[in-house]
Write a protein that binds this ligand. Structure first.
Ligand code: ADP
Length: 625
């Protein structure tokens, strides 16, 4: 029988997996038990809505059997099983839908990272086994199939015999080598310990034949060794336990076991609410951004249990979009088992729970910001962009909830600050919260518009995310302080004397500015003497609501809107270039040349395209000869 090949990227991943020096090989058992438990959940869930199916709890379990003689470890479950197609589709592909393509070559070389990002559940079996054989019969089918693989070389799929619904996985455990011991995975005490460590709270019995001593029937004080099937997990769900009984490691285990993520969560929140609504929840704030987090494919949600029974694996209504990174589960006695998705949306209990959860998460993030700054910054790095979208979306409805969770890079030491920190260290004479937008911090720092504000000793928030300025426009103010772009017309910095001086300058040079404005008609609203430039000769500022960065973003959107910022060309009247301009005295050709050059320079500084680059370089040549 010809071997079927794994899909190309699966093969690469599988090779990495097998060869990676994975320190915790024992987790393979957790992964397989977790799959088995999920498969039983699926039958359980089906039975809830299918009258033809009854769920007898006793019929559902996982069984682990070790056989030293044949070096096999068998994990059997009575779950929903897999059809031939399931076997092919689920076990023939590892990373789903091109996810590997997201990773750079370098990262891909490091197997750990890949495993960390996607978790390769079932395939972890190859860390301890030379051959993996999966025999499965799906619910509603009378045929069974056998999938067998020795690793990256591919797999075979053949018809098989199987009496009952469910899946049996046989691992042919590797031989010991000088460096690695595999025998332990055939030892009863070791298997027990692994189950206890990772899978204790699995809701179905995990059974194993264990040897125990039993008093001999016919002789007093004598014992005999017998094989006896025992349930080796306690089956008490972790969320029912008291917080005091649980360690950080327990929560982390639960997070990994449940496949909420493959990173180490930054924080867990264990809720035992018994007020207006009664529910238990364990919520996690992950550290890493899931690879699809900022795509349409990402689906938010928490597992929802009704009195210990899983009724939905991703209940989106429990989380607001801006907290869609939260992973975890909710168990409530107040929810009906048979509730449909549509009904859930209007369920009053669920709405109350969702509100409660939102506040818990907000509180946890706030306390993290206050007491665990480093972790909070890690969190913000991964998910901050979503919070900013949250401020902006729904017409700013949630801005009050979110504004204190935002961080921005500041001109001060280029560290992240919260708005509260910014405002509390503003000098007394500073009226506004200043910000500057650009593609990168490097670029922003070079913007001429920042000079005057920084020179005044004021701090500037650097906006490098496309959503930043939109979010701020929605906030408008923070603690009564308005936000002000360093490129906006009036910076609110000038004293009365400055203003008068400026007006005088405007009127002295009225003719020149008007002539330049005429030459740039349709491109800028006006040409003015700058109040903000110190060393640079020109810059663009804007009047009105749309900034230059916003213009760029709107233009780049898929159904791009050509919304223009109202631009003003500002000239530094203290610069030598201005002296040259004034000296032109009616030389129209030169004035046109200089005006165009200055305007194009200002565009370049803003990172805006020049309409005619050839003309621009020709113009430069003209002044060189
Ligand atoms: P994950 O569990 O993260 O989806 P796995 O590689 O562990 O990834 O499993 C892939 C898929 O194979 C599962 O999603 C499930 O559909 C199926 N599967 C694995 N083990 C079993 C099992 N014991 N019973 C039924 N289906 C299973």
């Amino acid at each position: 029988m010809a071997k079927k090949q794994f899909k190309a990227e699966s093969k690469r991943l599988l090779e990495m997996m097998i060869n990676s020096i994975y320190t915790q090989r024992e987790i393979f058992l957790r992964e397989l038990i977790s799959n088995a438990s999920d498969a039983i959940d699926k039958i359980y869930y089906k039975a809830l809505t299918d009258d033809n199916l009854t769920f007898n709890k006793e019929d559902y379990y996982v069984k682990i059997t070790a056989d030293k003689a044949s070096r096999t470890l068998t994990i059997t479950d009575t779950g929903i099983g897999m059809t031939k197609e399931d076997l092919e589709n689920n076990l023939g592909v590892i990373a789903k839908s091109g996810s590997l393509a997201f990773k750079s070559e370098n990262e891909a070389k490091d197997g750990h990272n890949i495993i960390g990002q996607f978790g390769v559940g079932f395939y972890s079996a190859f860390m301890v086994a030379d051959v993996v054989t999966v025999t499965s019969r799906a619910l509603g089918s009378d045929e069974a199939f056998k999938w067998e693989s020795e690793g990256a070389e591919g797999y075979t799929l053949t018809p098989a015999e199987k009496e009952s619904i469910g899946t049996e996985i046989v691992l042919k455990i590797k031989e010991n080598t000088e460096d690695d011991q595999y025998d332990e995975y055939l030892e009863e005490y070791r298997l027990r310990a692994i189950v206890k460590k990772y899978s204790d709270f699995i809701r179905y019995p995990i059974k194993m034949d264990v040897k125990t001593q039993r008093p001999k029937e016919d002789a007093e004080n004598e014992f005999e060794e017998v094989q006896e099937e025992q349930t080796i997990n306690s089956m008490v769900p972790i969320w029912r336990k008291n917080k005091g009984e649980l360690t950080d490691a327990d929560y982390e285990n639960f997070y990994n076991e449940k496949r909420y993520g493959f990173d180490k969560p930054l924080k867990h929140i264990h809720v035992k609410a018994d007020g207006a609504v009664v529910y238990n929840a364990i919520l996690f704030i992950p550290e890493n951004t899931p690879f699809d987090y900022y795509t349409k494919e990402y689906e938010k949600g928490l597992e929802l249990y009704s009195n210990g029974v899983l009724i939905m694996d991703k209940c989106g209504d429990l989380l607001p979009d801006y907290f869609s990174f939260v992973k975890g589960m909710v168990d409530s006695e107040d929810l009906s088992l048979n509730i449909s998705r549509e009904m859930l949306q209007h369920d009053r209990q669920l709405t109350l729970i969702a509100k409660n959860i939102k506040n818990k998460v907000k509180g946890a993030l706030q306390s993290m910001l206050k007491d665990e700054r480093e972790n909070y910054e890690k969190f913000f790095e991964s998910f901050g962009r979503g919070l900013k979208f949250g401020v902006y979306n729904d017409y700013g409805m949630n801005k009050e909830d979110l504004q204190d969770l935002l961080l921005f890079t500041s001109s001060q030491e280029k560290k992240l600050v919260s708005l509260d920190e910014y405002v509390s260290r503003m000098p007394e004479d500073q009226k506004y919260i200043y910000y500057a937008s650009g593609d990168s911090i490097d670029r922003i720092e070079k913007l001429p518009q920042t000079e005057m504000v920084l020179d005044k000793g004021y701090e500037i928030l650097y906006f490098t995310d496309d959503v930043d300025e939109f979010a701020i426009k929605m906030l408008m103010k923070y603690k009564e302080k308005e936000f002000k772009s360093v490129s906006s017309g009036d910076l609110g910095i000038d004293s009365e004397a400055d203003k008068q001086e400026n007006e005088a300058e405007e009127s002295d040079n009225k003719e020149l500015f008007e002539a330049m404005g005429g030459l740039l008609a349709g491109k800028v609203k006006s040409v003015k003497a700058s109040k903000r430039l110190k060393s640079h000769p020109v810059c663009l500022s804007t009047e009105g609501d749309v900034s230059i960065e916003m213009e760029k973003i709107l233009k780049a959107m898929p159904n791009g809107q050509d919304i223009q910022a109202d631009k003003v060309l500002e000239i530094n009247t203290n610069h030598e270039v201005f002296t040259s301009l004034k000296a032109l005295q009616g030389d129209q050709d030169k004035l046109k040349l200089y005006t165009n050059l200055l305007y194009n320079q200002a565009l370049l500084i803003e990172g805006l395209p020049i309409a005619d680059p050839v003309e621009f370089t020709n113009d430069i040549c003209k002044i060189m000869v």
